[in-house]
Design a protein around this ligand. Structure first.
Ligand SMILES: *Cc1c(COP(=O)(O)O)cnc(C)c1O
Length: 483
């Protein structure tokens, strides 16, 4: 059933709330500067007139129509939909953190400053970098910030020739976008047969016009770049820098560090690896971490411990400036800090191990039913191709995704990375138990059998949702966002 809008439930005169009587002299209200006439509404606002119970039922029903990690498995490759422990929520709701203001005197918010400082210390240790900034509010925002620092670094040296950023074809779409927004030209690097960076192609494209190579490792096929040290050497020999897209650190945290691999700058998605909620597209947290080379260019202010506590350091002449209001999404990265403290080093390492084990278990069990084009060293996620199903039975990756909804799962990422035809990118994360992995495998097998036996039925999926298959192009190109 489709839930009507509140405005459709409106009944004239029905109220959920009554304002207390006005306790200011009426003249005060009248004397307020009126808005210019052309900005004023002619009639009264058309707001829904509903009772409290109407509102509660409306939102409770809507809340049951969504699927989240708290409902069931959410194997969204590249985006790490892991469980968000409730302890993080509890801490982020403490009045000591919520009832403060970013403009308060620093002497009164020392606890919060110590959270910022300690979290940066922990993230430095986890990534093998020297320091960072928590200002960026999304992964893409971190990429933007990181590339801006790279740009500032070369400009500081008077090097204006480095206008290109190399990016493998398998990269996340935000990588070329961030490079372009920073004024760089994007040059694609090919993948080899194994799905890894093609070294020969990379070397042929390195020159004194290249500012950086942006790399995701493990890459978006879920594979570890085994030549990373050679890649790093080649990039640095050409005078360029190495950017690490660390949106998803799930496979390697506690096991390997981008700093040790030779990366100069990276961003993390705390809303993926470090277990803070994704929300409806936000708010997120995408800290940047750098080595000593780029440290002077970090956003300001830095935070420094002093004898009497923490202070902000604004005296940073090479800084790229601020990239966010105040100090980033404090209540979001506070949850990540709680997660890190609760897990500890051993816990994070174990989580990475389980994430990799779960992905490999799924890949192994699904291999008899689905083609997995790249299998050399699967890490936290893997990509299947349903190209053969499409050729033989006309069933596409989209059909498989929609059929999974009827099985009670959020679909995996589809049609990405672009180098795999009819791709479904599956990332179970460490949160899932063996029982829930087995249930998912059974669902995938059921769908594979249906694709062969009754392909037409998959074209109708989903049938268990309030609305069926949408016209996705129309939904994007012709969005109706007002009633
Ligand atoms: C999610 C993701 C990003 C972008 O992060 P946002 O927070 O969505 O901006 C970048 N790179 C990779 C590999 C990702 O998975």
């Amino acid at each position: 059933m489709i839930e009507p809008l509140l405005i459709e439930k409106s009944v004239k005169g029905r109220l959920a709330y009554r304002l207390p009587p006005l306790d200011l002299p009426e003249t005060f209200v009248r004397e307020l500067e009126p808005l210019p006439a052309h900005l004023r509404r002619e009639g009264s606002a058309r707001l829904p007139e509903v009772s409290e119970l109407d509102v509660v039922r409306h939102f409770t029903r809507l809340s049951k129509m969504v699927h989240g990690v708290d409902d069931g498995m959410y194997p969204l490759g590249s985006c790490t939909m892991k469980y968000n422990p409730k302890l993080g929520e509890e801490v982020a709701r403490m009045a000591q953190f919520t009832r403060i203001h970013p403009l308060q005197d620093v002497s009164t918010v020392q606890g919060c400053l110590s959270v910022i400082h300690s979290l940066l210390e922990d993230l430095s240790a986890i990534t093998g970098m020297s320091w960072g900034s928590l200002q960026p509010c999304a992964g893409s925002h971190g990429e933007y910030t990181g590339l801006k620092m790279i740009r500032a670094y070369f400009l500081k040296q008077g090097d204006r020739r480095r206008t290109k950023v190399l990016i493998p074809v398998s990269a996340h779409g935000t990588n070329p976008a961030s490079a372009a927004v920073n004024g760089f030209d994007v040059v694609e690097v090919a993948s080899n047969r194994k799905g890894l960076v093609d070294l020969a192609d990379l070397k042929s494209k390195l020159s004194d016009e290249v500012a950086a190579l942006m790399l995701t490792n493990p890459n978006t096929l879920g594979l570890f770049e085994e030549d990373i040290l050679e890649i790093s050497e080649a990039v640095h020999e050409a005078g360029a820098l190495l950017y690490y897209d660390g949106a998803n650190l799930n496979a390697i945290m506690g096991k390997a560090r981008p700093g040790d691999m030779g990366f100069d700058v990276l961003h993390l998605n705390l809303h993926k690896t470090f277990s803070t909620p994704h929300g409806g597209g936000g708010p997120g947290s995408g800290p940047v971490m750098v080595n000593d080379l780029l440290r002077p260019f970090l956003p300001k202010p830095d935070i420094i411990p002093q004898e009497e506590g923490y202070a902000f350091d604004w005296d940073r002449p090479d800084s790229i400036g601020k990239v966010s209001m105040f100090w980033g999404n404090f209540l979001v990265y506070l949850r990540a800090y709680v997660y890190i403290l609760r897990m500890g080093g051993e816990g994070l390492r174990a989580a990475a191990g389980h994430a990799v084990l779960n992905a490999n278990y799924l890949a192994k069990k699904l291999a008899p039913y689905y083609e997995i084009p790249y299998t050399s060293g699967i890490m936290h996620e893997f990509v299947i191709s349903v190209k053969n199903y499409k050729e033989r039975y006309g069933v596409t990756a989209e059909d498989f995704a929609k059929a999974l909804i009827d099985e009670g799962y959020h679909p995996p990422t589809v049609y990405f990375p672009l180098i795999v035809d009819e791709a479904l990118m599956i990332e179970p994360t460490e949160s899932e138990s063996p029982e829930s992995l087995d249930a998912f495998i059974e669902a995938m097998i059921r769908i594979a059998e249906k694709a062969k036996r009754d392909p037409a039925s998959l074209k109708k999926a989903p049938v268990s949702t309030p609305v069926g298959r949408l016209d996705q192009v129309k939904a994007v190109k012709d969005a109706k966002v007002r009633y």
